[in-house]
Design a protein around this ligand. Sequence first.
Ligand SMILES: NC(=O)c1ccc[n+]([C@@H]2O[C@H](COP(=O)([O-])OP(=O)(O)OC[C@H]3O[C@@H](n4cnc5c(N)ncnc54)[C@H](OP(=O)(O)O)[C@@H]3O)[C@@H](O)[C@H]2O)c1
Length: 357
Amino acid sequence: MLKGISPLINPALLEVMDRMGHGDEVDPSIVPTRTLYTGIRMPAIGLGTFGSDSVSNEAIADAVVGAAAVGYRHFDCASVYGNESLIGRSLRTVMDAGVAREDLWITSKLWNDMHGEGDVLKSCQQSLDDLGLDYLDLYLVHWPFPNFHPPKCDVSSRSPDARPYTHENFMKTWRQMEQLIGNGQVRHIGTSNVTIPKLELILRDALIQPAVNEMELHPQFQQQELFDYVVAHGIVPVGYSPIGSPARPERDRTPEDTVDIEDPVIVEIATKHGIHPATLCVKWAAQRGQVPIPMSTKRRNYLANLTSVCGDPLTAEEMQAIAGIDCGSRLIKGHVFLWEGANDWRDLWDLDGTITT
Ligand SMILES: NC(=O)c1ccc[n+]([C@@H]2O[C@H](COP(=O)([O-])OP(=O)(O)OC[C@H]3O[C@@H](n4cnc5c(N)ncnc54)[C@H](OP(=O)(O)O)[C@@H]3O)[C@@H](O)[C@H]2O)c1
């Protein structure tokens, strides 16, 4: 529970705080952690902060305070989510209320239009200023392409400046990421939305290895090969859209998409454990070994997700049954990052084991 709440906080947040102190909060010290190659531990679950174009920035910022109050210490942010300054106010509230900065784990991400020379430092500093922090625990290259698209654009639009992955350019961006560690602005750096062939080159050429790879992971999209590769290289997998992103933007939907929380195996095991299928997805994720970052703005839901990773483990048979429902159902396909001349979204994911150019 938060103690000693500052009287200076945004009145909208007071409402959230009024609902605190139910006695059902989770003691952050019992939340499992994952150890990075630096020896530093990160909480094994975080709160996602992308409103998917449908949840307001204010609702997300309130959820950050509410989630901290129930025991979350890890928040997955990004400049492109457009809410870091509001989240910064929430983090100030949380810290004013007695949570130490060193007990928080804050991630942010470099957006695709800021890969250029000098831009990485600028963008990271902007996120630090917005979040009101002196350092980030983790800074990720959000996508390995410098391909920008306007918010809410049509999925079939192709920016004339968009390009396929160019390793030489990515390494120029990565060198700036490495500099952020030297500057003390960032404690760890990492990748997101990369594939094995891209990672092979990045690991070969990086002076500072990625500590984390953030990737789409949910029961019907387990990416076992990439998951194993990442773990074998001492990189912690962070799993985004762990519930299958049921409220994702329209641009990320296709008719063949599957729905994890309606899968009969998920529904049956969730019922056995007396939890919502969404919560089971989070529980499975943490037990498998990735760090899930579910987004929720509802106290009941974000608390259930946190509680689920702290006890009542799934049996080996249940884990095996869930392993069996993977059907390769990628939901966040990335259409909007395609370049002119690309076939379709599969070109972003190097399906034949070589980098698509
Ligand atoms: N690196 C990347 O490229 C990337 C891409 C996508 C996402 N992300 C990160 O991953 C985070 C999570 O992914 P996501 O937001 O796409 O999807 P998600 O976490 O799989 O799903 C979020 C949805 O699930 C609902 N939900 C959460 N807990 C629930 C529960 N216990 N019971 C019932 N419903 C529940 C939420 O609704 P309520 O609010 O009603 O609970 C929300 O609509 C993002 O917020 C972002 O931080 C990163």
